[in-house]
Design a protein around this ligand. Sequence first.
Ligand code: ZN
Length: 282
Amino acid sequence: MRVVHLLSDGVSYWDGGGAFGLVPRPKWMKILPPDEHNRVPQELRCALIQADGQNILVDCGVGDKPNDVIATQYEVRRPHGHLLDDLARRGLAPEDIHAVILTHLHGDHAGWATRLADHTSACRPTFPNARYYVQRQEYYDATHTNERTRNTYFPENYTPLAQAGVLTLLDGEAEIAPGVRAVPTPGHTAGHQSVVVESESESHPPVLILGDLATYMIQFARLPWVTAYDVLPLVTIETKRAWQQWARAREAVLVSPHDTQIPVGRLVKTDKGFFEVQPAAL
Ligand SMILES: [Zn+2]
């Protein structure tokens, strides 16, 4: 059995200009209407892959550690703790997670990787029996930040993993479990990765867990629609171009990290010859 479930750490509200970058506001606001503060919703979506008796978590939301930047910039409107609650609803405790794949180490993807140890200010891995997988490039960039990147990386989310000896740094594509592959998808960050889950049956399509290769599904369909957060936007475009072809050829099921309207979809070509992501089921 190999199945993918969607989990969530809540919904955050971020500035629409950050989410859509150079795309003019009149264009994106038709698709995702902003609130009175120009903020748009972003689901903090995570995925649980159950494969061959293993529980593999992809991404970890914002977590519950006190964080001024997240409190002021992300505005999470549901209470923290949602991700662990979602796991509990599936009958899983943190101890039951065997592996955690982090698409990248931004604060909205790596939050629950660690948590505060009881009665101390030290952080420890939230999932005590898990090995954590990150691209080596991503870990390097997260530990060597600059003026542009430092507000998106919070070391308490990932340096305790290295200190605890539970972090595996990947150099490119890697099979995490049979049929579950981490694949480099650079652009949002240089060391960003996505996750491919192959079906056991040839007649069923694979699942591609995008991570921030595309924040919203429309950004996967439209090559020039890139967030302002992407550090290598031109690389994002080429990475998306390649994975669009792959997704079409394999009729892949796509999982979005933040899209509140289309969490799961499939890339199709419209009558006018444009790509579009239409809702699909896992
Ligand atoms: Zn994100």
